[in-house]
Design a protein around this ligand. Structure first.
Ligand code: PLP
Length: 402
């Protein structure tokens, strides 16, 4: 069902570099291909709800950008990003507890590029990266090109298990600590304040940068806000942010907020990748925010996702058999399910797809390939009706296979 693309390559003809051959195609993209078949209810992707995209506003703002900025909006521009957007981002961060200037900000082509630039700047083959376990699979994919090893730290419902961090810092001397501290992809878990303070303290003591990948931080719809790692840790924290989940992912605009003294290294490696992120989309986002459209839009997203999360949790309580555990996120797009230890979510997936429901099995999110009995469910993309239907089907599937 899922095809290993490497197997199709005639290596006698095409001399693909050995470490690229070792890389795996994103399993999520492969599952998405299967799950996007008509009639399949998909909890597999990480897609924002398309019906919430601000299409009419974007149509107006596009016109405005072309009228106001003309050829400049279609021209090559700075590798660090257009000044107007960097200033606005710095101002927004400053208002939210992270004093920042334009010199701290570099615009990237989505958060994904920012993650990749971290490995480019900090990692040589064989170096360690510290991550949560499980962690965002797209980060593992970006990092793996640079042939790192992983110092993976288990999680509980307060996030990274902090007692394991110091020992592993001493043992492995990681180049950086990668965390998704808010409404983590894949688990939906948010790192507690206590753990944040301890993590910053350890990172500062050993001078290991924390890369805080935070695409979901603005989408909190319940519970109490927790300060960002960057607002607690200052320069030891490099924040990776994106407009993908709060405006639209197709614009491909994210940013890095980091210490001014190292930003030129990100700039250099970005230049080699794509010269700069799309000028037009940067102006589009700048004008969209300047028109005051962003904050009300985020509020709209929160209302919708809270309802969908509630729908999914209620359906899970009603339909999942005993022995199945799950997280209850206060924001973001995902929740995490653990089946009894003897069950394999990977083996169950073809049966789920036969029953017209898709999810992502948990294993690819673990740097050590464990997590056989886990799965990630996305609640932002399906309709409420399909959430109920899909969860009911999953409940039946679990019961049949327990
Ligand atoms: C934790 C995390 N980081 C980064 C990304 C990539 O975001 P972008 O679309 O901005 O590249 C995602 C997307 O799902 C994500 O979940």
């Amino acid at each position: 069902m899922l095809v290993d693309q490497n197997e199709k390559v005639r290596t006698d003809l095409w001399h693909i570099s050995p470490h690229v051959l070792k890389l795996e195609t994103s399993i999520i993209r492969e599952i998405l291909k299967v799950s996007s078949q008509p009639g399949v209810i998909s909890f597999a992707g990480g897609l924002p709800a398309p019906e919430l995209f601000p299409i009419d506003d974007m149509a107006k703002i596009s016109q405005l950008v072309l009228k106001k900025h003309g050829a400049r909006s279609l021209q090559y521009s700075f590798s660090r990003g257009i000044n107007e957007l960097r200033e606005l981002i710095a101002q927004r961060a400053s208002e939210r507890g992270t004093p920042s200037t334009i010199d701290n900000i570099l615009i990237t082509s989505g958060g994904q590029q920012a993650i990749e630039l971290m490995a480019r700047v900090f990692v040589s083959p064989g170096d360690y990266i510290m991550t949560e376990s499980p962690t965002y699979v797209g980060a593992l994919q970006a990092f793996n090109y640079y042939q790192p090893k992983y110092a993976a730290i288990e999680m509980d419902d307060e996030g990274i298990i902090i007692d394991q961090v110091e020992e592993k810092i001493k043992k492995f001397k990681p180049r950086f600590i990668y965390t998704v501290s808010n409404f983590q992809n894949p688990t939906g878990i948010t790192m507690s304040m206590k753990r944040r303070e301890r993590l910053v303290e350890l990172a500062t003591r050993y001078h290991i940068p924390i890369v805080d990948d935070n695409p979901y931080g603005d989408i909190r719809f319940s519970g109490k806000d927790v300060p960002t790692l960057k607002s607690i840790g200052g320069d030891i924290v490099i924040a990776v942010r994106t407009f993908s989940k709060i405006i639209t992912p197709g614009l491909r605009i994210g940013w890095i907020n980091g210490p001014a003294e190292i930003m030129h290294h990100f700039e250099k490696v970005k230049q080699g990748t794509d010269l700069h992120s799309t000028t037009f989309c940067q102006y589009l986002i700048h004008e969209y925010i300047s028109a005051g459209l962003l904050e009300p839009h985020i509020e709209k997203i929160k209302v919708d996702y809270r309802e969908k999360r509630d729908t999914m949790l209620k359906a899970m309580k009603e339909n999942f058999p005993e022995g199945v555990k799950w997280t209850e996120p206060d924001g973001g797009l995902f929740l995490w399910v653990e089946l009894p230890k003897h069950m394999s979510t990977r083996d169950l997936l073809p049966k789920a797809i036969e029953k017209k429901v898709a999810y992502v099995y948990g294993q690819p999110f673990f740097p050590d390939g464990s997590g056989e009995n886990t799965m990630r469910l996305n609640y932002s993309n399906a309709t409420r009706e399909n959430i109920v239907k899909g969860i009911k089907t999953l409940g039946e599937l679990f019961r049949e296979n327990m």
